[in-house]
Design a protein around this ligand. Sequence first.
Ligand code: ARG
Length: 278
Amino acid sequence: MKQLKFLLTMVFSAVLTVFLVTACNSQAPDGTATSGSPTAGGSPGQTLIMATSADYPPYEFVDTSSGKEEIIGFDVDIAKYITEKLGYGLQINNMDFNGLIPALQAKRADFVMAGMTPTEERKKSVDFSEIYFEAKNTLVAKKGSNLTSFEAMAGKKLGVQLGSIQQEAAKTATEKVPTIQVVPLNRISEIIQELKAGRIDAALIEDTVASGFISANPDLEFNVLPNEGEAGSAIAFPKGSPLLAEFNPVLKDMIDSGKMNELVNKWFGDQRPGQATS
Ligand code: ARG
């Protein structure tokens, strides 16, 4: 009897789980989510899904100060402004940086804003808006460690975000300094932790983000590297998305009208090394 009761409870909870999972994840037959579903874009009133990697203050990060978790930042303000202007709703999905382009390719998101640099390699898989912000690479290390160049990193461990242009830049640096050990990690916060724990010697991070982490961690410092190759942030869309042609003019308006500068001042303040381009 006891066994039967146990069996029934198991069967019941299994059925309930299946029911709950299907109820929460209503999927169209082609596998796309039906609520706020990413489409090829186009119909105002619809909710667009923005994918981001919210580990990148002040571009995007999880704010818990209100008691609940909310993704806020420079990119989020830009996304809100543009979608509002165009009459769309906005839903933000947080994931690892490395998963953002695959999410666009699988049409699981309508656009990506993640301080993402439009590189030639990425342009093979996604379309990019105009660049809305510039940045430079820096080497973040413990104060006084004197790691100011790739040459100084010989024989040392260099943390980078997996799938970022910093990972590429580190790889290129190993052509000149083959003894650099590149350590790719998923989240920027992990990289900072590893650095503080001494498991890596330096991290390659953009100035705009590095300066925030340095003010929060006085035991760290950063040195700006000469800009090589691609830089700056743009909005990414699935290839051929009609949203690109809708977003670009609003982005340009934001830059021309001073709205972009207002947001730059709000999020980057005086510590701001780069600026919006037009
Ligand atoms: N700009 C760099 C890139 O495009 C890094 C961006 C990282 N962004 C983030 N949200 N973690 O590769």
